[in-house]
Design a protein around this ligand. Structure first.
Ligand code: TXA
Ligand code: MG
Length: 310
C-alpha cells in the first residue's frame, strides 16, 4: 500500500482497537498472529488467557520498520546484518533495551526480546496505523495447529477475537528464530527462512544449542502443533484406516503437500492440510520429507505434532 494513501477503514478500526488495549488477529506471511500492544500488560495478558498459553513462554514482537525495532532492542553490527532479511520470516532474539516500552509479560521476564518485521502488507499497515509494536504469538489455542487462514482463527476461538482477513498465508510455517549473543548466532527454531540462506549470508554455520544443553526458546515443547488425529511419520503408504498425506507423485493420497515435490509449496500447505484431514481422520500417515531447506522446519513441526501428548 503506497504511503500516501490512508489505510482502509478496516485497518483503522483494528488499529483503534489495539491502541485501546484490544486483542485482534491479523495475517502475516508465515501464520496468523494474535496481536496486542506490546507495551500494555493487561492487553498482553489477555493473549495468554485467550490462547491458554503458559506464562513462561515469551511472545514475538512485530514491528513496522527498523526504527521501531530499535526502540526495543540493542542491535549489534551482526544483528543489523541479519536484519537484511526483514521484512521477512525471521525473528531475532536480542538484548532488550533499557527503558524500552515493553511489558515484562511479553518477554516472560527475560532480558532479551524476540523481534520481527513481517513481510505482509496488511500486517505492516496495521502496525503502522496502531503506531506501537505488536506482541503476537500464532493465533491458535496453545499446543494446537497454527492457523494459515482467517477461517481457522475464527473456528479456533469461536469468534471471540476479530480477525483481519488477508487470505491464505504465503509461507505457511512460522518464522525462523535466531538468538544473537556476541558473535554467536544460534538457531532456536527452524522456520520459513531456511538455515542455508542464513549461513550463506553470514558465511558461518549456525549453532543449534547453547552448548550447555539449556532450552533456549521456552516455547519449544516436544508436543506442539498437535492435531486431534494421531500422526505416523515417514510413511511410504497408508495402512487401513489411515489418511495419507503425501509428498511427491502419489495418486490416491488423501492430500498431497506437493505433488511436484516442492518444499515451499509443502510448507504453505502443511497446517491447512493437517487442519482439513483432522476434520475427518483419526489417524494420519505422513510421507517422508527431505531434511534440506524448508524441510527442516516442516519436519520439526511434524515431529512435534506426532510427539506423545503431555
Ligand atoms: O512466524 C511467527 O513467528 C509467528 C507469526 C505470528 O509472527 N509467531 C509465532 O509466535 O510463531 P509463537 O508465540 O507461536 O512462537 C514464539 C516463539 C516461542 O517458541 C517463544 O519461546 C520464542 O518464540 N521466543 C520469544 N521471545 C523469546 C526470547 N526472548 N528468547 C527466546 N525465545 C523467545
Ligand atoms: Mg505458536
Amino acid at each position: 500500500m503506497p504511503e500516501s494513501l490512508s489505510p482502509p477503514p478496516e485497518i483503522a478500526r483494528f488499529a483503534g482497537s489495539l491502541r485501546a488495549g484490544g486483542v485482534v488477529a491479523f495475517p502475516t506471511e508465515t501464520v496468523y498472529g494474535l496481536g496486542a500492544d506490546a507495551g500494555n500488560s493487561d492487553a498482553v495478558l489477555r493473549i495468554y488467557e485467550i490462547k491458554g498459553r503458559p506464562r513462561f513462554n515469551p511472545l514475538i514482537v512485530h514491528c513496522a520498520d527498523l526504527a521501531m525495532a530499535g526502540t526495543l532492542a540493542e542491535f549489534s553490527p551482526l544483528a543489523l546484518r541479519l536484519a537484511q532479511f526483514w521484512p521477512g520470516p525471521l525473528t531475532l532474539v536480542l538484548p532488550k533495551k533499557p527503558g524500552a516500552r515493553l511489558s515484562d509479560i511479553v518477554t516472560a521476564g527475560l532480558d532479551t526480546v524476540g523481534i520481527r518485521i513481517p513481510d505482509h502488507p496488511l500486517a505492516l499497515a496495521l502496525i503502522g496505523a496502531a503506531g506501537v509494536p505488536l506482541a503476537a504469538p500464532s493465533a491458535n489455542p496453545s499446543g494446537r495447529l497454527s492457523p494459515t487462514t482467517a477461517d481457522q482463527v475464527v473456528k479456533a476461538f469461536q469468534g471471540l477475537v476479530p480477525v483481519l482477513d488477508g487470505g491464505a498465508c504465503t509461507e505457511g510455517v512460522e518464522s525462523t528464530i535466531l538468538a544473537v549473543a556476541g558473535d554467536r548466532v544460534t538457531q532456536l527454531r527452524a522456520g520459513a527462512l531456511p538455515r542455508e540462506e542464513i549461513e550463506s549470508l553470514l558465511l558461518q554455520k549456525l549453532a543449534t544449542d547453547s552448548g550447555n544443553g539449556a532450552i533456549l526458546a521456552p516455547g519449544m515443547l516436544a508436543s506442539h502443533y498437535a492435531p486431534r488425529a494421531t500422526l505416523r511419520l515417514d510413511a511410504t503408504a497408508a495402512q487401513p484406516g489411515e489418511a495419507w498425506l503425501a509428498f511427491g507423485p502419489a495418486p490416491g493420497a488423501a492430500a498431497n503437500l506437493s505433488p511436484a515435490g516442492d518444499l515451499h509449496e509443502a510448507a504453505r500447505n502443511l497446517f491447512s492440510m493437517l487442519h482439513r484431514l483432522d476434520e475427518t481422520a483419526t489417524r494420519i500417515a505422513v510421507a517422508p520429507i527431505p531434511e534440506t531447506g524448508l524441510g527442516e522446519a516442516i519436519n520439526d513441526r511434524l515431529r512435534r505434532a506426532a510427539a506423545p501428548r503431555g
